[in-house]
Design a protein around this ligand. Structure first.
Ligand code: NAD
Length: 468
């Protein structure tokens, strides 16, 4: 009841306000009962990065910054990519650099030529002349500053998730990429999982009909991992922030299904969280009772987004309560339904299925596992078919991490547009701030900025560029 009254009070205050805040070009105004984010004009000298392709790179020379859990995994994968080498390594701690060198040696790969350490070692790495790509696996707040520095020093960048933690940072990535004409890709690996990729192909072939609603989430009890994050960066961020602080695994794949900024646009979001019951207990246990006065991040955060073309997206975040891992991943269309967790299932009813041995076209039940598997095989993208065995062998979340790295290097090597562009990175990461601001205003609707600056319907759907 108290919370409902709070929401009503916030809405009433907002209705009276004509404007507020905040950070100029990157901020928002409250208009009526909505928070409306500004979309600043494109500065002179910048061009859109939609469809951008750089010159082909014969052999991609990669510098990896951040050699903790995630960066360490990348070191294992890179030796399997024939058109790329890790030539520079950097971490806060020199011993992590040496450990990464040993990993390279264990795969029979050459040691990286350059080594850097310390809080600003990344600058020397970005300044190297003989480097093409900076690959970042550092704590969240370092993503954008290092990526901007790298692009300004002539390097393409690939950034772990989320690429940015604020709207200002999202625009910094977009503006720097547009100004320097350097790729800025967020490493959203969940877009490359087998079920999601094949469902995307099915969506493009019309098997779900018109997709009307999608769902995604990050439901992962991080209990076994909190101690692993260097300098406690992750718990520190969570205890200080409301909102969906880790939205991209949930939002990325479903945005691709909806052709976001390739025909549709995320328009308005509303976010609501629970109190931090388990979060506060966790903080009390970790730092001592009463040390953290009020743990901010709700045990569950739900966000609803409506698109310009009238579709809806539900995104959830929960990382402190016990639960089976789930990224939800659901597609509801006029002709069919897909669901990934806890069991991969398809229920399809369209005439497109006439060639498939599947006779339950009312779609009231999931098709059998055998029918599903046959369909998944039939609709696998050819590039997945080609790389699947190696990806499963190399691993990284079952192979999706390798497919992501493979596609990144393939496109750079052949001079093709990347699968995910800087606008994906900005749109998906923008939820970090937008959900927090909605919650801080009693779950007020937020009109999202347009990082493409009006060009969200210029491209017709996502495509995976292939060389001749
Ligand atoms: N895509 C995925 O599935 C996935 C999974 C896990 C983590 N991540 C992301 O990867 C990133 C790293 O997460 P992690 O779990 O590896 O964290 P981590 O704490 O294990 O690793 C971070 C590393 O960055 C280093 N570092 C810190 N400051 C630095 C600086 N100034 N210069 C160079 N190195 C510095 C640390 O020493 C540490 O080795 C995060 O953005 C996280 O969200 C993504």
């Amino acid at each position: 009841m108290k919370r409902i009254l709070g929401i009503l009070a916030a809405v009433a205050v907002a209705a009276l306000a004509v404007s507020c805040n905040c950070a100029g070009d990157y901020g928002y105004k409250i208009k009526g009962n909505q928070i409306v984010y500004n979309t600043p004009a494109r500065p002179a000298g910048q061009q859109s990065m939609l469809g951008f392709a750089a010159e082909p790179i014969e052999h991609v020379r990669v510098g990896l910054v951040g050699l903790g859990d995630r960066g360490g995994g990348a070191v294992h994968r890179f030796p399997y990519l024939k058109d790329a080498s890790l030539v520079a390594l950097c971490d806060l701690y020199p011993e992590r650099v040496e450990a990464a060198q040993k990993t390279l040696e264990s795969h029979g790969a050459p040691r990286a030529q350059y080594e850097f350490s310390g809080p600003e070692g990344y600058k020397q790495l970005c300044e190297l002349e003989d480097l093409d790509l900076v690959y970042l696996a550092v704590p969240w707040q370092l993503h954008t500053p290092i990526a901007v520095y790298a692009m300004e020093h002539g390097k393409h960048v690939a950034i772990e998730v989320p690429a940015a933690t604020s709207i200002k940072e999202c625009w910094d990535l977009v503006n720097t990429s547009e100004r320097t004409r350097k790729h800025c890709m967020m490493l959203e690996n969940c877009c490359y999982d087998f079920f999601e990729l094949t469902c995307l192909n099915m969506a493009q072939q019309g098997l779900f009909g018109e997709i009307v609603h999608v769902e995604g989430s990050y439901c992962h009890n991080l209990e076994p991992y909190w101690d692993n994050y260097q300098g406690d960066w992750r718990m520190t961020y969570n205890k200080d922030h409301h909102g969906d602080v880790y939205p991209t695994h949930g939002i990325g794949p479903v945005c691709q299904d909806l052709n976001i900024h390739r025909g549709d646009k995320m328009d308005v979001l509303v976010s609501m969280d629970t109190d931090a019951f388990a979060g506060q207990d966790k903080a009390d246990e970790r730092y001592g009772k009463g040390v953290v006065k009020k743990y901010a991040n709700g045990d569950n955060t739900s966000t609803l987004i409506r698109t310009r073309k009238g579709k809806t997206i539900l995104i959830e975040h929960r990382v402190v309560t016990p639960q089976p891992y789930s990224r939800m991943y659901q597609i509801q269309g006029t002709k069919g339904y897909a669901n990934k967790y806890p069991n991969e299932g398809l229920a399809l009813g369209g005439a497109e299925l006439k060639d498939v041995a599947y006779d339950n076209l009312d779609a009231e039940e999931f098709m059998s596992d055998a029918e599903r598997d046959a369909l998944m095989q039939a609709y696998k993208y050819p590039f997945v078919e080609e790389i699947e065995d190696l990806a499963r062998k190399v691993g990284g979340h079952g192979g999706m991490d390798f497919i992501m790295d493979y596609r990144l290097i393939y496109c750079l090597h052949h001079g093709l547009p990347l699968d995910q562009d800087v606008y994906d990175a900005a749109e998906w990461s923008s939820l970090v701030e937008l959900t927090e601001v909605s919650i801080n205003h009693g779950s007020m609707p937020v009109v999202m900025p347009d990082f493409t600056r009006g060009e969200w319907d210029k491209v017709d759907g996502i495509s995976f560029a292939m060389a001749e």
